[in-house]
Design a protein around this ligand. Structure first.
Ligand SMILES: NC(=O)c1ccc[n+]([C@@H]2O[C@H](COP(=O)([O-])OP(=O)(O)OC[C@H]3O[C@@H](n4cnc5c(N)ncnc54)[C@H](O)[C@@H]3O)[C@@H](O)[C@H]2O)c1
Length: 431
C-alpha cells in the first residue's frame, strides 16, 4: 500500500528530511528559521528583499533575537540559506508564510503581502506540500483568501496538499519566552492539515495547541492582542482618572496587584507601539464591520491609547510652565524612541508622536536611545545624542518614553525637570 501524503510528511518531520521554506525572513521568519534549523531541518528562506537575503547568506543577523553567531553556524553548516528566487517554492515540503500585515492609510487591513505570497506559492504548488500562514490577520483569511488561490491548481486540500493557520506570538526582546518555548496554536482547514502542521512544528516548538479550524486560530491571536490593547487602554484611562483625583496611579496598581486572583497587572505609559497591538485589533474591527457589528471595546481602547502622547505632552508643557518657561523655544530631551524597552524597533512608537507634538509647539527636541542610533520616519530625521550629565542638564525637560535597562537613571534624575511616562525613576511619583 502506498503512503498517503499525510503519512509521508509526518515521516519526513520525524526524521527531519522535510525541507522547510519560510516566506518573509523578518522579525518572525528569521527566529522561526533558526528554531527549525536547530531542530535538525534544512531551511530555505524566501524574501523579496535582496538586502535581507544577502545578509542571511553572509551569516549576518538583522533581527536582534537571533544572534549573528547562531545564524552563522546554521549558514556554515548548510542548514539555513535564503533566496529571492520565488520559483524555488516548489522545493520545500512545508512553506510557512510570515509576511507583513500592515494597515492601509484608512486603517483597513492591507493583506496585499499575503495575497502576493499566496500567488507565489500557488504558481509552484505540488502534491505533498503543507502551507502555513503565520501573519496576523482577520478570521477567514486562510479559508477565503488563500484556499481558493491554492485550489486553482486542481489539487485537493487535506489530501494532495495541506493548509493551516498558526499565529506567531514572538515577543521581541523577551529574555524568558522565545519561539521555541512559547506554545504554538494551529488550526488546519481539515483535521489532516492540523495533524501535519503539528508534526512539522513539533521538533522545534515545545508545546503545540491544536484548535478545530483556521478561523479559531486566527481569532486566538486577535483575542490576545485585543486583550492587551483593551487592558492597556483601561489602565491608561485609570492614570488620567488618578491624575485628576490627585492619587498616585502606581500606588493603586501595586496595591490592586496584591489580590492573588481576579486581577492582572497592566501598567500605563505613553501609548502603544510595535506592529501588533496598535494594528491587530483593527483587523478584527474591520471584519466585524463587514458583518454590521461595531466592536466598541476595541475602538475605545484604541482611542484612549492613541491619545496618551498628547496627555504626556501636556505634562511636559505643565513642567515647563512650573519653571516659568514656554514650550516654544524650549529644549526637550526624549529618552527612548523604541516602542518598548531593550529593543531596536520604532514601528508605531508613541515616542514619534510625542516628538512631533512637541515640535509642533515650537520645542527643540533631541533624543537618546542606546538601541536606535538614528531614524527616519516620514519628515522626522533624527540622530541619537549622547547621554551625559551635560546633555541632561542642558534640557529644560527630559521625557522618559522608553524605559531601556541600559540608561543611567540616577544621572537622568539630575535634570531640571523630568516627565516620566514609565515610572522608572523609583521613588518619584509620575508627573
Ligand atoms: N514582529 C513581531 O513582534 C510580531 C509578533 C507576532 C506576529 N507578527 C506578525 O507576523 C507577520 C510578520 O511580521 P514581521 O514583524 O516579521 O515583519 P517584517 O517586516 O520584519 O518581515 C517581513 C518580511 O517579509 C518580506 N516580504 C514581504 N512580502 C513578501 C513576499 N511577497 N514574498 C516574500 N517575502 C516578502 C519582507 O521583505 C520582510 O523581510 C505580521 O503579520 C505581524 O503582524 C509580528
Amino acid at each position: 500500500m502506498t503512503a498517503t501524503h499525510e503519512q509521508t510528511l509526518c515521516a519526513k518531520a520525524k526524521d527531519r528530511s522535510a525541507l522547510i521554506g519560510i516566506v518573509g525572513m523578518g522579525y518572525v521568519g528569521l527566529p522561526l528559521a533558526a528554531e527549525m534549523a536547530d531542530a535538525g531541518y534544512t531551511v530555505v528562506g524566501f524574501d523579496v528583499s535582496q538586502r535581507v537575503v544577502d545578509l542571511i547568506n553572509a551569516g549576518t543577523s538583522h533581527v536582534q533575537d537571533v544572534p549573528t553567531e547562531r545564524l552563522r553556524a546554521f549558514v556554515k553548516a548548510g542548514k539555513l540559506s535564503a533566496t529571492t528566487d520565488l520559483s524555488r517554492m516548489r522545493e520545500p515540503d512545508c512553506i510557512v508564510i510570515a509576511v507583513p500585515t500592515p494597515l492601509s492609510k484608512t486603517r483597513d487591513p492591507d493583506v496585499s503581502y499575503i495575497v502576493a505570497a499566496t500567488e507565489s506559492v500557488a504558481k509552484t504548488l505540488r502534491t505533498g506540500q503543507i502551507i502555513v500562514l503565520e501573519s496576523t490577520t482577520y478570521p477567514g483569511t486562510t479559508r477565503e483568501l488563500m484556499l481558493p488561490a491554492l485550489e486553482r491548481s486542481g489539487l485537493t486540500v487535506g489530501k494532495d496538499f495541506f493548509l493551516a493557520f498558526s499565529p506567531e506570538r514572538v515577543d521581541p526582546g523577551n529574555p524568558k519566552f522565545n519561539t521555541r518555548n512559547t506554545p504554538k496554536v494551529v488550526g488546519g482547514i481539515t483535521a489532516a492539515c492540523t495533524r501535519v502542521a503539528e508534526a512539522i512544528y513539533a521538533p522545534a516548538i515545545e508545546r503545540m495547541v491544536p484548535v478545530s479550524s483556521p478561523e479559531a486560530a486566527e481569532l486566538v491571536k486577535l483575542l490576545e492582542n485585543t486583550f492587551r490593547s483593551v487592558n492597556i487602554g483601561l489602565v491608561n484611562e485609570m492614570a488620567i482618572v488618578c491624575d485628576k483625583l490627585g492619587v498616585d496611579v502606581w500606588e493603586v496598581i501595586e496595591a490592586a496587584a496584591s489580590k492573588p486572583f481576579g486581577f492582572m497587572k497592566f501598567t500605563p505609559g505613553p501609548g502603544v507601539g510595535g506592529h501588533c497591538i496598535p494594528l491587530d485589533p483593527h483587523y478584527l474591527a474591520w471584519k466585524m464591520r463587514t458583518l454590521n457589528y461595531r466592536t466598541r471595546f476595541i475602538e475605545l481602547a484604541g482611542e484612549i491609547n492613541a491619545e496618551m502622547p498628547e496627555y504626556w505632552v501636556t505634562k511636559v508643557v505643565d513642567a515647563l510652565n512650573d519653571a516659568g518657561k514656554a514650550a516654544r523655544g524650549s529644549s526637550i530631551l526624549v529618552l527612548g524612541v523604541a516602542y518598548k524597552k531593550d529593543i531596536d524597533d520604532i514601528r508605531e512608537s508613541p515616542a514619534l508622536d510625542i516628538i512631533r507634538l512637541l515640535e509642533r509647539r515650537g520645542a527643540h527636541v533631541a533624543y537618546h536611545d542606546p538601541h536606535i542610533p538614528e531614524f527616519k520616519e516620514d519628515s522626522l530625521v533624527m540622530r541619537s545624542v549622547p547621554l551625559t550629565v551635560a546633555t541632561v542638564r542642558a534640557a529644560d525637560c527630559v521625557v522618559i518614553v522608553t524605559d531601556h535597562s541600559a540608561i543611567d537613571y540616577a544621572m537622568v534624575g539630575q535634570a531640571r525637570a523630568v516627565v516620566d511616562t514609565r515610572h522608572i525613576l523609583t521613588g518619584r511619583a509620575p508627573r
